[in-house]
Design a protein. Structure first.
Length: 305
């Protein structure tokens, strides 16, 4: 009978903050793996010899993102190397969970046009060959993972976002900027005990589309927009303009994944009263602990079966 000794969180220094938080919340060990880049940017990784004995037979949680692109290759190399070490003892059987704070390539979750690659599924299929379980924080769409032949956990930052606003900023209404964010934003509204609405598009004529909150008056309201990710900021800025036109007195935005491409933070902070993201990616407004959300989910789930 295989024995499971305990849980260890590992990562390279790139994801050290989330890994340390996760290990702290799970009250377990955190070890750092070696990584560097060759001059041509190819990845080199290594599990230092002195920590290899500590990993054998353990339930290992590897914290790693799939963004930017170079992290994808590095994650596959790390998984393959860890798999070999933890299963290297004949009588001790370890497990391997990949915990992904930000899963890049999630937005292509179906074939929109013939001939496209479903990038979300393609990446997950590669990872699933080298681990027992995946845990992905607030992934854009969960459906692609249903097809995989391994357990996939979906931790969410919603309790942490709610807690952040409940203990600091008065909010009257939570708003989802589009249909894809309704599930997450409405769950947050419920925890914050405030009304929820989402933006709908109303076509006025061939050239004009109005974005307006569905069946809710935001006149005089302090509104919090919740989305899974902010990239260019376009979605949030359009929603903010519409809310201001309809009389909202404050507009705040929260997301799990702050990509903030091409000066998005500056543009957002000019239009909004505040913007906050989690620590799933490094950015100037990363103030909500992604490690805590992943730890809650993994602690509830226990080791992979
Ligand atoms: C889209 O479906 C996502 O949930 C986000 O709303 C979107 O990716 C945000 O992108 P941007 O900040 O560029 O508008």
């Amino acid at each position: 009978m295989a024995s499971h000794v305990g849980t260890t969180v590992v990562s390279t220094s790139t994801h050290a903050d989330v890994a340390l938080s996760l290990a702290t919340w799970m009250e377990t060990t955190n070890l750092t793996l070696e990584h560097r880049r060759f001059p041509d940017r190819e990845a080199y990784i290594r599990i230092p010899e002195e920590i290899q004995p500590e990993l054998i037979g353990q339930d290992i949680i590897l914290v790693t993102n799939t963004y930017p692109d170079e992290q994808i290759v590095q994650s596959i190399l790390l998984l393959q190397a860890l798999e070999k070490v933890i299963r290297s003892h004949p009588s001790k059987s370890g497990t391997l969970t990949i915990a992904i704070p930000y899963y890049g390539y999630a937005r292509q979750d179906k074939q929109f046009l013939p001939g496209e690659s479903i990038s979300s599924t393609t990446l997950a299929t590669h990872f699933s060959m080298h681990c027992d379980r995946m845990a992905i924080l607030d992934v854009h769409a969960k459906e692609p993972f249903d097809e995989l032949d391994l357990e996939v956990l979906h931790p969410t930052l919603i309790p942490e976002i709610s807690e952040f606003f409940n203990s600091g900023i008065e909010i009257d209404v939570v708003l989802a900027p589009d249909a894809g964010s309704v599930e997450r934003a409405s769950a947050a509204a419920k925890l914050m005990q405030v009304p929820f609405t989402h933006l709908t598009k109303r076509r006025i004529d061939a050239h004009t589309v109005i974005h307006e909150p569905k069946e809710l008056d935001v006149e005089g309201a302090r509104v919090l927009i919740i989305d899974d990710m902010i990239s260019t900021g376009g979605t949030i800025i359009r929603a903010t303009q519409s809310l201001r036109e309809q009389g909202a007195i404050e507009v705040h935005a929260a997301c799990t994944h702050g990509l903030f491409t091409a000066g998005a933070t500056e543009r957002l902070l000019t239009s909004l009263d505040s913007v906050v993201a989690s620590t799933s990616l490094p950015n100037p407004v990363a103030r909500i602990d992604a490690g805590k959300a992943i730890a809650r989910c993994l602690s509830e789930a226990g080791p992979p079966t």
